[in-house]
Every structure is written in structure tokens, then in C-alpha cells.
Design a protein around this ligand. Structure first.
Ligand code: PRX
Length: 627
């Protein structure tokens, strides 16, 4: 595929246009990162940029003192007091604008209220909320007082929420009465109450009145957000936090049965998302960034909150479903708010193609488009470039993970010729490679393990409460200095990286990470289920969907029961597209041989390695009948 060069108009005004950025970062790695760090506000400078003495625990900006809330709010007051920090639109079309000064006042008030409720530095504050301005305020209020926030995606079930709160030790929870999703009112408080039945460690619950639905308020425990903050002063001292104090914990799925709490630092993380917002998303003062991710995912944390706000840009936050009332809603939002930078996931890109006449929307404000979360196929890249951006907007396909905090591999939009379908090259100051299983560099077009060889400030601090998993999942294959990403990838002849997908038992559905092992565990808990295997199958819109193979007597009741259990224990995101009842699963060395199922279903190949190959054939026949 031919390379596409950055549009000239874009290059002229870009934040980074000197190709020497790559060589400079190589020659002086410390200077490179420190130059971004120096653009932020530090209470006390760091003593050492990098400490690898406790590898694989890496620390940056050692002993530096910084507050993330200060950098995202107070730092901008002098010049941007009346500039919009957050423009919010609800699903029903209502909107709110918070200037930087509004944000300062709201964050200050809530942080004082949290202090009065006994939240101290190092305490965990849970946030179980949809995309509301109060969710951002809650994150920044927690950060302001040195508490660690634990955001729980509002779509998660009470059980999932309880697990996350318990695992991290949440002391106070901020939630909302309800919100709208595809026109339906979701009673979030009821879900929160259910979660709090299971986990009793929460002393105080703060409830935002978003939808006005009827809810139970538990005397002594539950507080109305508006009433609580009304009494508070806006002025609130920032806690002096250490660069390596945890800013937040965010849960993600791994190739293990339970979600893991990824801990991110304050200083290094902020420097990384600040730098990448500047060089990859090319954010400037006049930009309106629309990142379509939910705040509950790392993308929302990094590129709806900490990256753009630390830069002083304007963020568009949308509460509802992107396809409500129809699939053109995203384009309406871009037009209505003059969005300049649009950052999204391939699933939405595929859905948006169903919108019909794009040219009926004025999308002329757009100047850069980004994608993350799953492979963006060349045809979808080209559609974005030609139809949405009218060849005026670079399209940056960015690769990163919850663990990396921010973007790792991506084009620098004014510098890197873009190849549709490829994530291009690692950013300056970061070194990645592709290894074969023996740890040797893969040759061009040889599929191998994507690894990271040079750490960078946004990298996680660890896994909450599970140091063993941290070492075993990421650092056992190639040692303590080579981070295993869990992805398969290959180089082309120009050294461009092409991501092929996960190498482990994790799949990406609509850009969200789902653990197949977790689904299997939940389903196996049903008495009627003897065994089961979940695999990822290609899906035209979502990228990947789940097919579930269940050893049990077939019944419609059981299929429904399985779906209900998955929805309750994990969330709708993990619902299978297909449930197939089988008598047996293919096995090898006594273990379920999932690759044989995947090959039979996806490639229509029967693997002879399974000890019970007949079973594989039967599965293939069943799928043919179902197709
Ligand atoms: O498989 C890769 C895929 O998403 C995984 C990380 O998921 P998560 O931690 O939920 O973070 C998503 C948002 C950062 C990766 O291991 N992935 C991420 N970006 C891309 C991608 N796959 C292909 N192309 C990408 N640009």
C-alpha cells in the first residue's frame, strides 16, 4: 500500500514538524521527556528522571512533587479563566459548558466536601458514573486531595462494580441517580446500591442528580451531591503529591479470570498524556477535542481528561450512545460544536459508514482524526481520510494499552507518512520491537510478540494487590527489561508496525478489552454447565464478537440463563453473539484446545492435534448449520 503524506496545510501549523525529534530523543532520552515535564507545574523538581533499580518496577521523576488537578485546572486560570474546558451534551440534546474557572470552583468545592467526609491522601474514591461533567470533576477533586480514583464504567454490572471496589478498597463512592442510554433511563443508583450490598467497605456515597429518577437514599450514608457542595468554598489547597503517588487505579481484563487493577502514577502519567496530546493529537489552544470513549476506560481518562485539560484545550463530552437517535449523531455533534480533533474507535468508524449522506453535515472544522483500541482496517482508514476528513486531516492510528497509560506507537501527524492499516512507528523516546518466541527480532512480515524495550513515563506502577501477576503476565517471557504487550504484530519492509491482534486469551470488542477466561469462569459457575470455551470470531461492526461453546443439554432456557449470568456478573459487553451446545470440547493434554475450535469456526480447518478430533469436526458441522 502506498504511503500517504500529511496534508500541507496541516503541516504548516503542526505542533511538531522537525523530524529531528526522533534522533534528539534517541541521543538524549532524558532531555526529551524532561522538556515536556518542565512545561507542567511542579511544587518541587524531581531528583532523578528514571530509576530502574527495582526492575520490573520502573519509576520516573523520582521525588518530584506535583498535583494533577492543579495542572489541569489552576495552571490555566490566568489566561483561560473564561475558556470552555468541558462542553457536555446529554443524550437528549441538553448541554452544559464549564469554563476553566467553573471547573476550578466545582473541583475545589467537591474536594473540600470529600475532605469533610474524611477522605485523606491515599484513600480510594470510587466513581461509578456515565460521561457527566461531575465525573470529570470527581476525578480532579480526588486528585486534588491526593486520593486515588477508581473509575467504574457505568455499564458494568453491580457484581463487577463490587469486585472493583472491594479489590481496590474504595472508601467513598460517587455515583448518579440515573442516565440515558438509547432513550432508556438507566437507574444507576439501584445498581450502586446492589453493589454496596455485596461490598460493605464504603462509608459515604455521593449522588449526582442527573436524571431525577426516584431513588433510595440511605440515611447517614448517602449524600446529595448538589446539597453537599453548595455549602463548600471553592478555594481548596492542593495536596502536595509525589510523582509516584498513585493517581488512579483502572481495571482491565487480562488472560486471567479476574480483572486486574492497573495503577498509574501522578507525575509520569501526566507528562506522558500531556506530551502525546501535544505531539500525536496535535492539540492547541483553539482545539475542541471529541474523544468518543467512555470516561470509564483508559482512553477517557487520558484523552478526555488528563491530556487535553493539562494542555488547556476544550473537551467535548457526550453522555449517550453514538447511534441514538440514529447513527449520524456523531456527525451532528462534530458540526454543532465545531470539533477540530476527533479521536475514536474502529467500531464506531464502521458504524458511521451507515450514516448515508455525510456531506449534509458541515465537518469542515475537523483537522485531525485519530483511532485506537482495535485494528483500523485500510478501507476504514481510507474512508475516514477521504470521506470524513476530505483529505485535509491526517488520520493517526494510535496503539497503546491500559498498562501504558498513553499512546506508544503512532505517526506524528506532520512528519510520518501514513500507511492505511498500520500504526506506523513508536513515538520518540519509546523503543518497541517484535520478537519471535525465542526472543529474537522478527524478520519483516514474520508475526511475533510486540514488546517494549525502553520504558516511558506513562507506564503503569503495577497491579493493585497482585505483584505476582504483574511479574508473571508481563515480565516472565522475555525477562525483567522487556515488557510483553500481549499483542501479535509484524514489521513491513519499511519498519512500519502492523498489529494483528491479541496473542493471549483477551479479545477487543468495539475497542474494549474482554477476557475470555473471565467469561468461561462465570458460565462454568452455572450448575447445568459441565464445561465451556469462549473464542473471538470476526464481526463486521464490532471487529470481534464472542462465540461460546457449552457442554450441556441444549435448551433455550439455559442459553437465556447463560446470557443473564454474563450480563449480571460482567456486563452487556461480554454477551456472546453465538452460543453453541456441544457434547464435548476438543482437548489436548487434558486441556481444552481452544485454537482447534477457533480454526474450525473461523478458518474451517480441522486440527488433528486435538486428541478427540471427532469433536472438532462436530463443532464445525454445527457452525455450518448455524451459519
Ligand atoms: O490489542 C491491542 C488493542 O487494544 C489492546 C489494549 O486494550 P485496552 O487496554 O483496553 O486499551 C484500549 C485503548 C488504549 C491492545 O493490547 N489495540 C489498542 N490500540 C490498537 C489496538 N489494536 C490495533 N490497533 C490499535 N491502534
Amino acid at each position: 500500500m502506498k504511503s500517504i503524506y500529511p496534508p500541507e496545510d496541516f503541516v504548516e501549523k503542526a505542533n511538531v514538524k522537525d523530524p529531528a525529534i526522533y534522533s534528539k530523543a534517541k541521543e538524549n532520552w532524558i532531555d526529551y521527556w524532561e522538556s515536556f515535564a518542565k512545561e507542567l507545574h511542579w511544587f518541587e523538581p524531581w531528583e532523578k528522571f528514571f530509576d530502574d533499580s527495582k526492575a520490573p518496577y520502573y519509576r520516573f521523576f523520582v521525588n518530584g512533587k506535583i498535583n494533577a488537578s492543579y495542572n489541569c485546572v489552576d495552571r490555566h486560570l490566568k489566561e483561560k479563566r473564561n475558556k470552555a474546558a468541558i462542553i457536555w451534551e446529554g443524550e437528549k440534546g441538553e448541554n452544559r459548558v464549564l469554563t476553566y474557572f467553573d471547573l476550578y470552583r466545582e473541583v475545589g468545592k467537591l474536594s473540600n466536601a470529600l475532605r469533610n467526609l474524611g477522605v485523606k491522601k491515599g484513600d480510594k474514591v470510587g466513581i461509578y458514573m456515565p460521561n457527566l461533567p461531575e465525573a470529570v470533576i470527581s476525578m480532579l477533586a480526588a486528585a486534588r486531595i491526593g486520593a486515588t480514583h477508581v473509575f467504574i464504567f457505568a455499564g458494568f454490572s453491580p457484581k463487577s462494580a463490587a469486585f472493583r471496589m472491594k479489590d481496590s478498597g474504595v472508601k467513598l463512592l460517587i455515583t448518579a441517580d440515573g442516565y440515558y442510554r438509547r432513550g432508556n433511563l438507566i437507574n444507576l443508583k439501584e445498581k450502586a446500591d446492589e453493589a454496596l450490598e455485596e461490598y460493605k467497605g464504603v462509608e459515604n456515597v455521593v449522588v449526582v442528580r442527573r436524571a431525577g429518577n426516584e431513588i433510595d437514599m440511605k440515611e447517614g450514608r448517602d449524600h446529595d451531591y448538589a446539597e453537599l457542595v453548595r455549602k463548600e468554598k471553592a478555594k481548596s489547597e492542593c495536596e502536595i503529591t509525589d510523582a509516584n503517588d498513585p493517581l488512579f487505579i483502572i481495571y482491565t481484563s487480562g488472560s486471567v479470570a479476574e480483572p486486574k487493577g492497573i495503577i498509574h502514577s501522578t507525575g509520569g502519567y501526566l507528562v506522558h498524556v500531556y506530551a502525546t496530546s501535544k505531539i500525536v493529537l496535535d492539540l492547541k489552544d483553539e482545539d475542541v477535542l471529541f474523544c468518543t470513549a467512555d470516561l470509564g476506560w483508559i482512553t477517557g481518562h487520558s484523552y478526555s481528561v488528563y491530556g487535553p485539560l493539562s494542555l488547556g484545550a476544550t473537551v467535548l463530552l457526550y453522555e449517550g450512545a453514538p447511534d441514538y437517535p440514529d447513527i449520524c449523531r456523531t456527525f451532528e455533534l462534530i458540526e454543532k460544536y465545531g470539533v477540530t480533533v476527533f479521536y475514536t474507535v474502529p467500531t464506531l468508524v464502521r458504524m458511521l459508514q451507515g450514516c448515508g449522506n455525510i456531506d449534509s453535515f458541515d465537518l469542515s472544522t475537523l483537522r485531525l482524526i485519530g483511532s485506537v483500541g482495535e485494528p483500523l482496517e485500510a478501507e476504514n482508514w481510507l474512508w475516514l481520510y477521504e470521506e470524513v476528513g476530505k483529505k485535509k486531516c491526517p488520520v493517526v492510528d494510535t496503539w497503546w494499552q491500559t498498562e501504558t497509560g498513553g499512546i506508544v506507537i503512532a505517526p506524528i501527524p506532520a512528519l510520518t507518512p501514513m500507511k492505511p492499516g498500520s500504526v506506523s512507528k513508536p513515538l520518540p523516546g519509546i523503543e518497541v520491537d517484535i520478537y519471535d518466541s525465542g526472543g529474537k527480532k522478527a524478520k519483516p512480515y514474520q508475526l511475533g510478540h510486540l514488546v517494549i524495550k525502553k520504558m516511558f513515563p506513562g507506564f503503569m506502577l503495577g497491579i493493585h494487590g497482585d505483584p505476582k501477576a504483574y511479574v508473571q503476565l508481563y515480565w516472565s517471557k522475555f525477562g525483567k527489561r522487556v515488557y510483553l504487550t500481549g499483542d501479535y504484530a509484524y514489521y513491513d519492509e519499511d519498519g512500519y508496525i502492523w498489529i494483528s491482534g491479541r496473542a493471549d486469551d483477551v479479545i477487543n470488542i468495539s475497542g474494549h478489552r474482554v477476557s475470555l477466561v473471565e467469561i468461561e469462569k462465570v458460565v462454568k459457575e452455572l450448575r447445568e454447565v459441565a464445561d465451556c470455551a469462549a473464542i473471538g470470531v470476526p464481526d463486521r461492526i464490532k471487529g470481534t464478537a464472542i462465540a461460546l461453546f457449552v457442554v450441556a443439554e441444549k435448551s433455550d432456557d439455559l442459553a437465556e440463563k447463560i446470557k443473564k449470568k454474563i450480563e449480571e456478573d460482567i456486563g452487556r459487553i461480554a454477551l456472546p453473539r453465538l452460543i453453541v451446545f456441544v457434547k464435548e470440547l476438543p482437548k489436548t493434554a487434558g486441556k481444552v484446545f481452544k485454537r482447534a475450535i477457533a480454526d474450525a469456526v473461523i478458518k474451517k480447518e480441522i486440527s488433528g492435534i486435538a486428541s478427540n478430533v471427532e469433536v472438532v469436526k462436530k463443532i464445525a458441522e454445527k457452525i455450518d448449520k448455524n451459519a
